[in-house]
Design a protein around this ligand. Structure first.
Ligand code: CAA
Length: 248
């Protein structure tokens, strides 16, 4: 794809497996790509490796679970890159465990990082998108927000909440040329998924008709599709990408 008028994309949680693949794909598409990071050591290593591989992508520090920190980060990005046209809310964590064992801090950490972050980021970019009459907001949810998952009351609640947010905001901003969509990946070969106990993961993969984990490049391709100008009539949608694990 050739992005005629260069648009700027912000990918949150850029240094993770999915975030990295999205940054590469969007850079290859011709966008100006910036990322967000939370841990400094990881960020410096990531930027060096990406640059050496032909992806000079700048990362900005911000805690997307915190409204003020997110605002500072967005202002810093806008000061350097003028504006953010496309926001990919990708940052996310897990704190798995049955409710009976779940500590309040595990609940709050997941809700703040996976769901409140969506409000924090969108809130800071939406006025600029309205003013320019163009925007793309892509929320990375999960199959486990669609169907639930044993041991993930916090994560499933946050991921399901993301799509509720998507549907409502899509209605509010459609008239300004802004689309808001959700992507719900299944089990993708990232560090997050590989941290699931091997026995449990084997059982999960056995339920996937494709018989394998998804690739990060497969999710990145869908992000690229929804970021494009040509998808201007798609809004409020939830795209499943799960190898057939959950069909409805
Ligand atoms: N269904 C029914 N029973 C289950 C079960 C399941 N899926 N999984 C575990 N159990 C049972 C066990 O057999 C055990 O039962 P017994 O006590 O009778 O032996 C009990 O539940 C587990 O006890 P634990 O003390 O181990 O439970 P826990 O509170 O520590 O939770 C767990 C264990 C963390 C949930 C662990 O099973 C696990 O990690 N499961 C995987 C969760 C998962 O899929 N996470 C996805 C992470 S990746 C991601 O989220 C990305 C994405 O978007 C897809």
């Amino acid at each position: 794809m050739n992005v005629s008028k260069k648009k700027t994309v912000l990918v949150t949680g850029a240094t993770g497996g999915l975030g990295t693949a999205m940054c590469k794909k969007l850079f290859d598409d011709g966008y100006t790509v910036v990322g967000n990071y939370h841990t400094k050591e990881k960020a410096e290593k990531w930027m060096t490796e990406m640059k050496n591989n032909g992806y000079p992508i700048e990362l900005f520090h911000g805690d997307v679970s915190d409204f003020e920190s997110t605002g500072k980060m967005i202002h810093a990005i806008e000061a350097k890159y003028n504006h953010i046209d496309i926001l990919v809310n990708n940052a996310g964590i897990t704190r798995d465990g049955r409710l009976i064992n779940m500590k309040p801090e595990d609940w709050h950490a997941v809700i703040n990082t996976n769901l409140n972050s969506v409000f924090n980021c969108a809130k800071h970019v939406i006025q600029g998108m309205i003013d320019r009459n163009f925007g793309r907001i892509i929320n990375i949810s999960s199959v486990n927000g669609q169907r639930g998952q044993f041991g993930q009351t916090n994560y499933s609640a946050a991921k399901a909440g993301m799509h509720g947010f998507t549907k409502s905001l899509a209605m509010e901003v459609a008239k300004y040329g802004i689309t808001v969509n959700t992507i719900s990946p299944g089990y993708i070969g990232t560090d997050m998924v590989m941290a699931v106990p091997e026995k449990v993961l084997t059982q999960i993969v056995a339920q996937v008709p494709m018989g394998r984990l998804g690739g990060t490049h497969e999710v990145a391709h869908l992000v690229s599709f929804l970021a494009s100008e040509e998808t201007s009539f798609i809004t409020g949608a939830n795209y499943s990408i799960n190898g057939g694990q959950h069909v409805y």
